[in-house]
Structure formats: structure tokens, C-alpha cells
Design a protein. Structure first.
Length: 248
């Protein structure tokens, strides 16, 4: 990523209203591609998640080990699809055009950096939910009922930690795509540096989509494809605004 920070007057970053307007503009004429990409991503993620649901070998320790390994592998694949999704919306933001097949861009050519970055993010997510996974593995069905409050608290804590990680490393996929010549560790450090001081701005942007999530509930999930496309496009607009106002 560029090494020189812009000098002169303090940069003025776009507010949520402007970012969402940019997002809508990028989706004009591209909504079918965006929605289909989101649909395939969601379906693929659901299939991958089902692979570890209810996985049981009869041995608590063996089940825990195999489930953990499968979780990592599946999360890595999911993260690589997520990179492809970021690629699609980043291209739309720069008005370069995109196609549904771009969803698999991280699996093509030299994908070492994408694999390393995806593994890093998967490992962090695993750490968030590992305590919950361990407790679920050692408890019987009756035990889970007795410990439902601790289990719920562990789930909430894991989800909160995962969301914090999502915010902290939200710009990482975009940097990976924008600056493929960098090393993975430089992408990671650069992503943390880029979002520093802007986490709350991004959180508020995510929060602004909550009312639209009601459409997902009322439409039995159908509107969720459009809402997710809109949110992803807004995130790409956030990155574009951030990178253009931070570095020369």
C-alpha cells in the first residue's frame, strides 16, 4: 500500500448518507451480478457449515480435534470466497464491472497470500468460539440444558469478539486485492493501520443497515440478498473513501 500519508488540511471523509449513495450508484446496472454473487456465497457458506454440524465420532477428544480442523479448513474456504465477494464490490465501486465468476478469484492463479490471510482470519474466529466448542463437546444433551446460561454467555462473548475482529480487519481483503505485490504480513499490518481511528465510523455504517434487516425478516430472507449487496457495496465505498483520503 502507499507509504506516504497525505499532507495538508485534515481530510474530510464521507458520511454514511454519501457512502450509501455511492453504494447504490455502483449497483446501478449491476444488481443482478451483486445479488447472484451474494446468493452463491450464502449457499456455499451454508453447505460448508453443514459439513461440521453434528459431527460426532463417539470420542469427545477425537470429535473436538476433527471438528476444530474441519472448522479451520471450512473457514479458510469461506474467507477466500469472501475475498472474491470483496473483489466484485470493489470493482463495481471503481466502475470497472464484475461477473459472478469473480467470486472465485482467490482460488485462481497465485493464491498464496489469499490462503495465508484467510487462515489468519479463520484462526482468530476459531479462538472466539473455541471455549464454547470445548464446553459443547464435553457436555451431554442433559448437561447442555443445565448449563444453558453459561453456554449462551459464551456464545454472546464469542460473537462479540468475532464482530470486533471483523471491524479490525475489515479492510484487509480490499488491501489484498488492491496491493497484491505486498506480503501477507504487510497486508495485515496495513489493514490494522488503515482502519485505526475509523472503527466507530464503520460500526455506525453497519448499524445504519439494521432497519433494512427488518425487510429480511418480513420477506422470509428474500430481501436479505438485496440488503447484503447494499451493505457490501457500502463497505467497498467506505474503503475507497478511506484509502483515497489517507494515502497519496
Amino acid at each position: 500500500m502507499p507509504q506516504s500519508v497525505k499532507e495538508g488540511p485534515m481530510p474530510v471523509f464521507k458520511d454514511n448518507k454519501t457512502l450509501k449513495a455511492d453504494a447504490r450508484e455502483s449497483l446501478l446496472g449491476n444488481l443482478t451480478t451483486a445479488v447472484l454473487s451474494i446468493f452463491i456465497y450464502v449457499m456455499a457458506s451454508s453447505v460448508l457449515a453443514e459439513l461440521i454440524a453434528g459431527f460426532d465420532t463417539g470420542s469427545v477428544l477425537l470429535s473436538l480435534i476433527l471438528t476444530t480442523v474441519m472448522f479451520l479448513v471450512i473457514s479458510i474456504c469461506g474467507n477466500m470466497l469472501g475475498i472474491g465477494l470483496s473483489y466484485i464490490f470493489l470493482r463495481l465501486q471503481y466502475q470497472k464491472g464484475a461477473k459472478v465468476g469473480d467470486l472465485f478469484t482467490a482460488f485462481r492463479g497465485s493464491s498464496d497470500a489469499a490462503v495465508i490471510v484467510s487462515t489468519f482470519l479463520a484462526a482468530l474466529r476459531l479462538l472466539c468460539f473455541l471455549p464454547l466448542g470445548i464446553l459443547l463437546s464435553v457436555l451431554s444433551a442433559e448437561g447442555r440444558s443445565a448449563y444453558r446460561i453459561p453456554l449462551l454467555l459464551l456464545f454472546m462473548a464469542g460473537y462479540a469478539a468475532a464482530f470486533v475482529i471483523r471491524i479490525r480487519y475489515s479492510m484487509l481483503p480490499y488491501l489484498l486485492l488492491d496491493f497484491p505485490q505486498l506480503l501477507p504480513k504487510e497486508h495485515i499490518r496495513g489493514g490494522v493501520k488503515l482502519i485505526r481511528g475509523h472503527k466507530m465510523r464503520l460500526f455506525r455504517l453497519y448499524l445504519s443497515f439494521l432497519p433494512l434487516q427488518l425487510l429480511t425478516v418480513l420477506s422470509f430472507g428474500i430481501a436479505g440478498l438485496w440488503v447484503s449487496s447494499y451493505e457490501r457495496a457500502a463497505e467497498a465505498a467506505f474503503y475507497k473513501d478511506l484509502i483515497e483520503n489517507t494515502f497519496t
